[in-house]
Design a protein around this ligand. Structure first.
Ligand code: ZN
Length: 85
């Protein structure tokens, strides 16, 4: 999955792609932080003061991930063949 391929899709699917990217990197940092004995959860660092907002970010990342798996169903993505499956 390349970024150039994503550019053919709609704005929503592009944003979703980057949200998943951020979520994936954050999970990597959580894992690395665990190995080095620190809390490297960037989402927690930014939104930690607002627990509901931090949880909302995780939910949004999850929904975006599902959108990537099943593909966006809008007309623009259909025409561009933006669906990965
Ligand atoms: Zn779309």
């Amino acid at each position: 999955m390349t970024v150039t391929m994503r550019e053919k899709g709609c704005t929503l699917s592009t944003i979703g792609f980057y949200i998943v990217l951020v979520g994936a990197v954050n999970w990597g940092l959580v894992g690395l932080g665990g190995f080095f004995g620190g809390d490297w959860n960037v989402v927690h660092m930014i939104f930690g003061s607002w627990a509901w907002l931090e949880l909302a970010v995780y939910v949004v990342v999850g929904i975006s991930g599902l959108m990537l798996v099943f593909g966006c169903k809008c007309d623009k993505c259909k025409v561009a063949g933006g669906q990965p499956m």
